[in-house]
Design a protein around this ligand. Sequence first.
Ligand SMILES: [Zn+2]
Length: 123
Amino acid sequence: MPPEKEDLKAKLLAQAEIAIEAMLKDPKVNPQMSLSEMEQAVGVVSTNLERQMMQELVARSQAESVKVCARCGGKLRNKGKRRKIVESVRGEIEVERSYYTCVECGTSSFPPRSATWLKRDGL
Ligand SMILES: [Zn+2]
């Protein structure tokens, strides 16, 4: 596996461990629990994991560098990160995108892929 995927795997495994540990520490999780209580406990773990996996995959999909302004070709200045909460089928996730302004024409923009990615999903 490429190093960046090994890194992602390690991160996701660490998050899985935290989510599973949290479930097991819950005193309501015991051999006497009902079927619906088990479903509830497992559901919380899987929902957390799904959301964290989405979060990591989304973060990686947004990592791109933009060199020039789409309108005038001028140099772009990175103005830092902007956060957006997105409702996904795996739960609410936070998308962090770089925000740029053009030093020539002043146009503000997000990386093109970031903008289309959000629009494509109608969010
Ligand atoms: Zn420009």
